[in-house]
Ligand binder design. Structure first.
Ligand code: NAD
Ligand code: IPM
Ligand code: MN
Length: 356
């Protein structure tokens, strides 16, 4: 039997509460799917590790993680102890860059039994993929501060778009769109106001689209696109966006599906030179951490995406089916964000038990 080697990195806050539920589902899927899991847990990429070691990661993190088949990640950030830019740039953003996980794939789907805040929307109305550029764009380390402490204090942070970086995310998104029944791709732009990088993005979309005559392509400026997520979520199939725009859309989309607690993400290195990383869209949620009430569905859906990536598509589909099966039941254990008073473990156990 095949055994998949997974690095487990729970991180901070509710990351430590939802990761065990993801592992519970993975164990159930391995049992019924007939494959093995070799899990190795790491305590770095957390505020506790930082407070003890003065850094977020050990110096040899790259060597220690690079040979795993995948990384199963919770969430990082504990702003009361470590400034967010220090904890995030010292961990998660290093993983994305050094492992060249240039695709952030973030499904947005209204699940059965979950109420959308959008009036009248039912499952099927909201079902699209956000494809977020994950290694460059607005998240650049190029810039600086001059005349600090004076009236002339000036801060600059550059947006970086490379031909390689833009084209590869667009191709990934077009390939995905081509394989879906609706074959529709929407690009997020802002070429009216951001007058250098965004017209370049649009130009590359037009160029790459020439290779995909079967895919219907449109584009919206990010402001009206955000509005249309709320007003017309049924218009969207695959939405491709730069790093920052994709970040914002991938919280807005799940908000339209009731709660960001259900939203998964895959940070993918499509060439498989390095391991891909699977983490929920949400963060460490300090406001509810320690209470055992975080919704584990985002993390469990990540387990589904990870299994698909590992070459276990049937097991991945089964985990998602179990999520939908449980949430669709009238008596499902619902965490507070889903309108109930169930615990993280109540919902996690119900889903693991539903895996066949
Ligand atoms: P957040 O996603 O942690 O929380 C936003 C709101 O959503 C909170 O009210 C929280 O209680 C709620 N929420 C989030 N996940 C939930 C779940 N599974 N179930 C129920 N409710 C849930 O965003 P934030 O408050 O902006 O950030 C908190 C910390 O997490 C910061 O340090 C931030 O930098 C970090 N963060 C990390 C990641 C990541 O590791 N990928 C992502 C986003 C934010
Ligand atoms: C996400 C998060 C991160 C991002 C933060 C924590 C740096 O919001 O994964 O969506 O902006 O990419
Ligand atoms: Mn985000």
């Amino acid at each position: 039997t095949t055994t998949h080697r997974i690095a487990v990195i729970p991180g901070d806050g509710i990351g430590k509460e939802v990761v065990p539920e993801g592992l519970r589902a993975l164990a159930a899927a391995a049992k019924t799917g007939g494959f093995g899991l070799d899990l190795v847990e790491f305590d770095f990429a957390s505020a506790d590790y930082y407070l003890e070691h003065g850094k977020m990661l050990p110096d040899d993190w790259f060597e220690r993680l690079r040979d795993f088949d995948a990384l199963f990640f919770g969430a990082v950030g504990w702003p009361d102890a470590v400034p967010d830019h220090v904890s995030l740039w010292g961990s998660l953003l290093q993983f994305r860059r050094r492992f060249d996980q240039y695709v952030s794939l973030r499904p947005v789907r209204l699940l059965p039994g979950v109420a959308s805040p959008l009036a009248g929307r039912v499952p099927g109305d909201v079902d699209f993929l956000v494809v977020r550029e994950n290694t460059e764009g607005e998240y650049s380390s190029i810039g600086g501060k001059i005349f600090e402490g004076t009236d002339r204090e000036t801060v600059v942070q550059e947006t970086v778009m490379t031909r390689t970086g833009v084209d590869r995310i667009l191709k990934y998104a077009f390939d995905l769109a081509r394989a879906r029944p609706r074959q529709r791709l929407t690009s997020a732009t802002k070429s009216n106001g951001i007058s250098i990088s965004m017209p370049y993005w649009d130009e590359r979309v037009e160029r790459v689209a020439e290779g995909y005559p079967d895919v219907a392509t449109d584009k919206y400026h990010i402001d009206i696109l955000a509005a249309n997520f709320v007003l017309h979520p049924d218009w969207f199939d695959v939405v491709v966006a730069s790093n920052l725009f994709g970040d914002i859309l991938s919280d807005l989309g799940p908000a339209c599906t009731g709660t960001i607690g259900v939203a998964p993400s895959a940070n993918i290195n499509p060439e498989r030179t390095f391991p891909s990383l699977f983490e929920p869209v949400h963060g460490s949620a300090p406001d509810i951490a320690g209470k055992g009430i975080a919704n584990p569905v985002g993390q469990i859906w990540c387990a589904s995406m990870m299994l698909e990536h590992l070459g276990e598509p049937a097991a991945g589909a089964e985990v998602l089916r179990a999520i939908e099966d449980v949430l669709g039941r009238a008596d499902a254990p619902r965490t507070p964000d889903l309108g109930g008073n169930a615990t993280t473990a109540d919902l996690g156990i119900a889903i693991a038990d539903a895996i066949r």
